[in-house]
Ligand binder design. Sequence first.
Ligand code: ATP
Ligand code: MG
Length: 399
Amino acid sequence: MLPTGGKGTTMRDKLTVILDMDPTPARGVFEECLSEDGDFEVLGAGEEYADLLVRELAPDGGEAQLEAVADMVARRGEREVFLTAPVYDAEVLMRLMRQGVREFFPQPVNHEEVRMALWRFKERREAALGPKRSKQGRIVSIFGAKGGVGTTSLAVNLAAACQTHKPGATVALMDMNLPFGEAQLFLDIAPKYHWGEVLGNISRLDATYLMSVMSRHPSGIYLLAPPSRLDDLQMATPENISRLLELMRQVFDTVVIDLGMYLDEITLKVMDISDAIVLVCVQNLPCLANVRRFLDNIRHADSGLEEKLKIVVNRHLDESDLVVEDMEKALGLPVFWRVPNDYKTTLAAINQGKTLLETAPRAPVTRSLGDLAATLAPVQTAEEAKKPLFGLKFLRGRS
Ligand SMILES: Nc1ncnc2c1ncn2[C@@H]1O[C@H](COP(=O)(O)OP(=O)(O)OP(=O)(O)O)[C@@H](O)[C@H]1O
Ligand SMILES: [Mg+2]
């Protein structure tokens, strides 16, 4: 039961939730969504106060049950009440909503609807706390010097590693390979939406809309897939892509972008906005030649991109006709990272639609990518973590 008046927001880091429900499938969906979202803590039975109460109505509860709900809603204060029921009467539902129930979920409860309702709840909580200080998440772009060098493998596994090394972090993976992005296959998910639609609706773009089009992978990363039809690219201008990325960095701690291997005005714009550009190559002469051409292009454009460029040699072999030291001499630039060669392990992960952290957490290739992720997207210092951020960390200390 919610107390009358009483405490405001707690001293906890997380938003608290009471699930006033039997162990039904509906409860399972709520538990799943709440645990996927790092900002919530489900309180045990017997706790009296929570930021959110989710109650399941019994089919045979009658008028007494509705009165109890009305009473609870009337005394909710700052708290919110969500309801779910296996059967319901539209008129009764309207009445409860007018009385102040915030969301209602018919059963079977839809996972996506709960995820979005929780997201909206967080947004309302944040808005109530005054103007928000947005995040400045890091954008890390992965660009291939050539096809097949491992750009998508690196993008997917770096995103997964960023999620793991920063507990509670929000990480997005944006696939910009056109027209056929493969990140969704690497993660074995079937996205319903793509960023072409977002750009087509750019005037209504906000955090809630953005979250509704992203697909969540069980590892916790959010994927934004590319359009697979050229018709959907009409709004793909550098300006619109910039708007989208600026919003993404306000919502996510880290945004990893699989940029593919084509240089055009959009990829250049993305590189311009990025905090780090990973240029993936392997130890062969065509790749070396392409890295040189890439450098010529960005130097010629005097774009300031070179300072954030990180040359990464993937599939690294100590013994090769072309050793890294010779590549560095030829380029006049240091190689930033060497990712060990492990075709079997990387291919097995791709074919299973899983990340390397899931299939081979201890393999040298996985560890190397984990360390690279930690270098490219370092964990915040304790001081930084205390700053008011979108992820609701700022609830700490309010009373
Ligand atoms: N570190 C590695 N060691 C060995 N093989 C690797 C490594 N990283 C990726 N590969 C292999 O390289 C192949 C191509 O990988 P991936 O699809 O990620 O490359 P890509 O550059 O994105 O290709 P495309 O140009 O088709 O988009 C895969 O078979 C993968 O197993
Ligand atoms: Mg690829």
